[in-house]
Design a protein around this ligand. Sequence first.
Ligand SMILES: [Zn+2]
Length: 479
Amino acid sequence: MQSREHVKLLPFLSAFCWMLAGCEPTANRVDSPSSSSAATAIVGATLIDGTGAAPVEDAVVIIDGTEIAAVGARGDVPIPEGASTVDVGGKWLVPGLMDAHVHFMESGRIYTKPGQIDLTHLVPYDEEVAWMQQRVPVTLRSYLCAGVTGAVSVGGPRFEYEVREKARARADAPDVYVAHGPVTLVPAEMLFPPFDGDTSVRSVTDPASAAETIRQGAEWNADLVKTGYLGGPFADYEKDYAAVHEAIIAESAAHGLKVTTHVTALEQARTLIELGVDSLQHLPLNAPLDAAFLELAKSKGIVAVPTLAVWQRNFIDIYKPDIELLDIERECGDPQVIASWHEAGELPSPPQVALEMYGAGAAMAAANTRLLHEAGVPLAAGSDTGNLGLLHGPSLHYELKLMGEAGVPTTDLIVAATLNAARIAGQEHRVGSIEAGKQADLLVLDADPLADIGNLQAIKAVVKSGVFFDQEALLPSAE
Ligand SMILES: [Zn+2]
């Protein structure tokens, strides 16, 4: 366990009273985190529970310890005797958000992807790795600042598992779920630089070695499995990908692990769905999704994570003199990451192959997001944060903005950033919605996110595993 002395654990009710006008100080019977096991009733807000159900006005949410004990309209839910009451009349409650696609092995700093922008003459890659390692506490707190109480790491070196452990030791951190992988037939050295003696990629050669790496992931207590990198310039390696994926999917199922997969091309995506993967990371950039594809995805129960933000920020905006950030990105993003974007002066042009593959694909990805939504295929929000121009934590809000502009209504955006994101990691039974029996992860908002998804940024307070934080205390400037 890490010392909690620098964790801004707020005395729960006094913090609330401090920020909520009209709160009676005499009602503050819980005044220290050690009392947090007593039941607490949050009353009076409009509840949006994350399932897509209609909002409940004047709701009551009972929190007992780390869990939600009961939820409903006032009058329908008895308030336990001795419970502390927090009146949040005029506010909105939503579940804590979850980002379904992040990489802790990438910092978002300009030095973090030497394969794309090589500034190793300014900051050698091992220095960047050391920076990421010592920066983990700030990185994790940025998530909570932005209301993101869960993050799915979709592959990387052992470092991703270490971040999960560090997150578990802190109150001011999201739950981190780690995908083993990406498992791929591409030799590791072709995709990523080595990372502290480890590699990002679980490179396999045949079904037997694929099953073996899944067993290794299960031993490391992976939360899910990620596969990836089919087609394009790597096609030579992939003649066995169907057999390899069958082995991965069977072995993962034997360990109760969901399989998510990286796709950017239509036919590979179709094949992978037929083979039995559970979810898609990114979307085909090369063609519009056809009716048969949409029907297949729907019938197989696929959840799709469009990752629209990465195409715009990592391949287009980062090369501009300034990136237009959302307010919450400026507030909750790591200031050292943002500052790094201006440290290297004018950047070399992006590789032509990257521009062709991704830059022009952004519009196609947005159109395909809309097609999936209209066909009733569930969407989950994932920012691909850690890539250039993206900020761990708050950039999930930028992804939601882009998904909204692609045609996804606010109700579905909220589900995408909560319950459906939890489904990617197979965690929907314990997080992702405000329902009895679930972990008490929720946000108090000053404005209605159903009216405008940007109002998800109007965060007054964050509750993570039953611990209450005033959002202001989570700002990097409050460190
Ligand atoms: Zn990614």
